[in-house]
Design a protein around this ligand. Structure first.
Ligand code: NAI
Ligand code: MG
Length: 334
């Protein structure tokens, strides 16, 4: 049995991870979850936001799946998500989005993946005032050749593996000539590497990309971009396919991968059996693909699609199924 660390999280995290456990069990996935939690519930008990045992488990299993974690405000804590990304150098933020049946959206045929660079760019936290009066502030955007190379390489490898003939690099190199220029040039170089003869590199400037994505999202399959642009674009596309309640994601490094529901802990509906478990379930499907357990990823994905096709959905999507009813229906459809 493959062991995977399961971090339930806070708020609706408990309900949605229970749904994940039930579906995996019913599908007879050969995975044993090792449960380790982090966040406010753990903090209240132990005074620690992330227990040592969680790190140990992640480092041993190399793979984890997590629910949303509340970052306590005003206690000087940094986001746990950001912390884990840094600690394990999870440089690739992987955000797939696809049109799902039974969910009312503007477009019928979206199926794309965004690779967002997760460790550098404008999010390195280097900000300072330039004057004593604190009337001028600057933030540093750091782009490295190495950081650009590995994320763009990821995107090309993904395209190749999935027989996709185009990778779209998103940038603003016309203005940011050194930083975005380096990212763009790296993409051009990688596109010339052996093995990518059948993959075209498409270059799109970020502002145009926003317009393209809300008018012609079906045209895109694999998008690769820097940290800030990727943060924004991935939520934009999630909105096009039904919102954060259905958005799976992962933070992937060379050694360790953490799959996650993208949404927060939804304190307004926590504990009420109303949460939509789709984001964590679809993250689970992606995790099974990553683990090359394709038989199980396909089985669970098909059961989810069948359930949505039959019109069963949770309240956030306009349905009236509870978390447990929706989960049960998926299990029946396995
Ligand atoms: P949120 O995503 O928790 O909620 C925003 C709205 O979406 C709420 O109305 C909520 O009910 C709804 N919603 C979210 N997920 C849903 C689901 N699966 N099913 C049905 N409805 C859903 O964002 P908010 O309110 O900004 O953050 C709440 C807490 O979550 C904060 O403490 C924040 O720090 C944390 N958070 C954690 C994240 C993570 O661990 N990855 C990401 C974002 C926020
Ligand atoms: Mg974000």
């Amino acid at each position: 049995m493959k062991k995977v660390t399961l971090i339930p999280g806070d708020g609706i995290g408990f309900e949605i991870s229970q749904s994940l456990e039930k579906v995996f069990k019913a599908a007879k996935v050969p995975i044993e979850f090792e449960k380790e939690n982090a966040g406010t519930t753990v903090y209240e008990k132990t005074g620690e936001l992330i227990p040592e045992s969680l790190y140990k488990s992640v480092e041993k299993n190399k793979i984890a799946i997590k629910g949303p974690i509340t970052t306590p405000i005003g206690k000087g804590f940094r986001s746990i998500n950001v912390y884990l990304r840094k600690k394990y150098d999870l440089y690739s933020n992987f955000r797939p989005s696809r049109t799902l049946p039974g969910i009312k959206t503007r477009y019928d045929n979206i199926n794309l993946v965004i690779f967002r660079e997760n460790t550098e760019g404008l999010y390195i936290g280097e900000e300072k005032y330039e004057d004593d009066k604190k009337n001028v502030a600057v933030a540093i955007k750091r782009i490295t050749k190495k950081g650009s190379y590995r994320i763009i390489k990821n995107a090309f490898e993904y395209a190749k593996k999935n027989n996709i003939d185009k990778v779209t690099v998103v940038h603003k190199a016309n203005i940011l000539k050194l930083t975005d220029g380096m990212f763009l040039n790296t993409a051009r170089e990688i596109s010339q590497e052996a093995g990518y003869e059948n993959i075209k590199l498409e270059e799109v400037i970020i502002d145009n990309m926003c317009m393209q994505l809300v008018t012609n999202p079906e045209k895109y399959k694999v998008i690769v971009t820097m940290n800030l642009y990727g943060d924004i674009l991935s939520d934009l596309v999630a909105g096009l396919v039904g919102g954060l309640g259905v958005a799976p994601g992962a933070n992937i490094g060379d050694d360790i991968a953490i799959f996650e529901a993208v949404h927060g802990s939804a304190p307004d509906i926590a504990g009420q059996n109303k949460a939509n478990p789709l984001a964590i379930l679809l993250s689970g499907v992606e995790m099974l693909r990553y683990l090359k357990m394709d038989e199980f990823s396909t089985k669970i994905e098909n059961a989810i699609l069948k359930t949505l096709e039959s019109g069963v959905k949770t309240a956030d999507l306009g349905g009236n199924a509870t978390t447990s009813e929706f989960t049960q229906k998926i299990i029946e459809n396995l």
